[in-house]
Design a protein around this ligand. Structure first.
Ligand code: AMP
Length: 270
């Protein structure tokens, strides 16, 4: 496993590699990330994982600083999974060069997380665009857990005619149904228990909504979740994954949620 910290060096090393599979991460790796790695391993491409906590996508310096980091453990894990290349750029490596592509932020950025985190998706698109310009992969593996991010990256690629195949990966959940997330590490035992209950309620209510579409009151669900004792539900919405709009009767949909447990903000879609 080659660990490379410098932009120019990685460009030099990757120059001859034609079929790279790329997995961008912010580190503090968990089974969700590993599920992306396992999926990427199914084809014979060389795999490159980046670890970069992107300051541009955080609301403020405190959030950025408090994001969980564990580089030593991450590198051991990646080594165990026989990753070919790990890219650990500095902020300067990423942001000190002029990009070819212009950031395209589709209007889908205005809802869900984008509504509550101004500037967040600009930061996400900017960093992913810069990483792919440096790495030039054939495929990129992205999780459906961050569905809005996935769609916005897709739209950016399509607008800029970036020919990288996006591989959409299912959300990996623990045995209680909770989506794995680096932020779960910031939860107390009690908060973790609540988060698992939220996941369970969402799954159960999706079935009930399907049966009673039209009569179902999303406010009931909100009340049920709030009664678990969490601080704040930022949003709770139904979306058709294709139209990206509120679903019509008999259309497939997911329930999207963002909520706070203490200072920790969690998202999921079920
Ligand atoms: P992050 O390190 O949180 O920026 O995530 C890096 C990539 O892993 C993104 O494409 C995420 O959508 C994906 N990811 C994060 N959590 C999960 C999960 N529980 N299951 C599947 N993919 C995930």
């Amino acid at each position: 496993m080659k660990v490379i910290k410098n932009r120019k060096k990685i460009k030099r090393i990757l120059k001859g590699s034609k079929s790279l599979s790329f997995i961008p991460t912010m580190g503090s790796l968990h089974n969700g990330h590993i599920s992306l790695i396992k999926k990427a391993k199914r084809d014979k491409n060389k795999i490159i994982v980046s670890i970069f906590v992107n300051p541009k996508q955080f609301k403020n310096n405190r959030d950025y600083k408090s994001y969980p980091r564990n580089i030593y453990k991450d590198l051991n894990l990646l080594k165990k999974h026989k990753i070919d290349f790990v890219f650990l750029p500095s902020i300067k490596d990423i942001y000190s060069y002029k990009t070819k592509n212009k950031i395209y932020l589709n209007k889908f950025s205005k809802t869900l997380c984008g509504k509550y985190r101004p500037g967040h998706f600009e930061g996400v698109i900017d960093v992913v665009n810069r990483l792919v310009e440096i790495i030039n992969p054939k495929k990129i593996y992205l999780g459906k857990k961050d569905f809005q991010q996935l769609i916005l990256i897709k739209k950016h690629f399509s607008k800029n005619n970036i020919k990288i195949k996006i591989i959409e990966c299912n959300t990996y959940r623990d045995s209680f149904g909770l989506a794995e997330s680096s932020r779960n590490k910031s939860l107390s035992d009690n908060q973790l228990d609540i988060a698992r209950k939220v996941a369970k309620i969402l799954k159960k209510n999706k079935i009930i909504i399907k049966r009673n579409f039209g009569n179902y009151k999303l406010n009931n669900l909100k009340r049920q979740i709030k009664s678990l004792g969490l601080n704040k539900i930022e949003y709770l919405k139904l979306l058709n994954l294709k139209t990206l709009k509120y679903p019509k009767i008999n259309e497939k949909f997911n329930i999207f949620i963002a909520y706070y447990l203490g200072k920790t903000r969690l998202i999921d879609n079920v």
